[in-house]
Design a protein around this ligand. Structure first.
Ligand SMILES: [Zn+2]
Length: 230
């Protein structure tokens, strides 16, 4: 009883607010309010995972199987707001919650049995230390929780790359060509992998990871991101 009282007291002094609209959250809400969840810019790529803007974008770069994005990325839109807080405002919980919401959608569409492992795109240890968490791994944690698919950490980042934002498409592809390697071959051999990242812009990072996994013997590699732009 006293614990509940204390929690109520805390929520009066420091109310938990929705990370999109800033309204106070109910106790059963987590990070986002129901209204904002209902108006998320969902892509519905999971309804045509082999034929959408993203799968076409990486055609020729890797052997794409299923390519999906939870949200449509728009500048100054909800997805940018969420990603900004996830990456730069020390809000790893947003990634987990988005993973859970997407996990429920994918589960409804029967994706639960599609994968043996979920693999987040790794951050370089230096960057990981600086941020304190890997945002892609947070998203993977939420997906894993709902879909019941374990996370594998068999992919590692060997080199530190500069920020990709000022680079051309070709430069980005070259920049990450040999950045990733596989450390637990037995774990991924013949397996169906869901590789996840926070955003896809040119697809350079994801295709580099996917190719490393395929070369190391993975059966199939599907790609999922929190948000992707056109
Ligand atoms: Zn809201």
């Amino acid at each position: 009883m006293r614990f509940t009282f204390f929690e109520d007291f805390l929520s009066l002094v420091f109310p938990k607010t929705c990370c999109v609209c800033k309204r106070s959250l109910f106790v059963f809400e987590n990070q986002l309010c129901k209204v904002c969840i209902g108006s998320l810019p969902i892509t519905n790529y999971h309804q045509r995972p082999q034929n959408n803007e993203l799968s076409l974008k990486i055609l020729g770069l890797t052997k794409p199987n299923l390519v999906i994005s939870f949200l449509q990325f728009t500048k100054k839109g909800t997805s940018q707001k969420l990603l900004h807080q996830l990456k730069y405002r020390n809000k790893p919980e947003i990634g987990v919650e988005l993973g859970r919401i997407y996990g429920h959608i994918l589960s409804e569409w029967g994706f639960g049995s599609h994968w043996d492992y979920i693999i987040p795109v790794p951050l370089h240890p230096i960057k990981l230390k600086r941020r304190g968490y890997n945002q892609s791994e947070q998203f993977a944690l939420g997906l894993s929780e709902i879909l019941g698919v374990p996370i594998s950490r068999s992919l590692q980042r060997d080199q530190f790359t500069d920020t990709q934002t000022q680079k051309s498409r070709m430069e980005r592809l070259e920049n990450v060509a040999n950045v990733f390697s596989v450390r637990y071959f037995d774990e991924i051999k013949g397996k169906r992998i869901l590789l996840v990242d926070d955003v896809m812009t040119t697809g350079a990072t994801l295709t580099s990871c996917a190719n490393s996994l395929l070369m190391a013997g993975a059966g199939t590699v599907d790609l999922a991101v929190i948000a992707a732009g056109k």
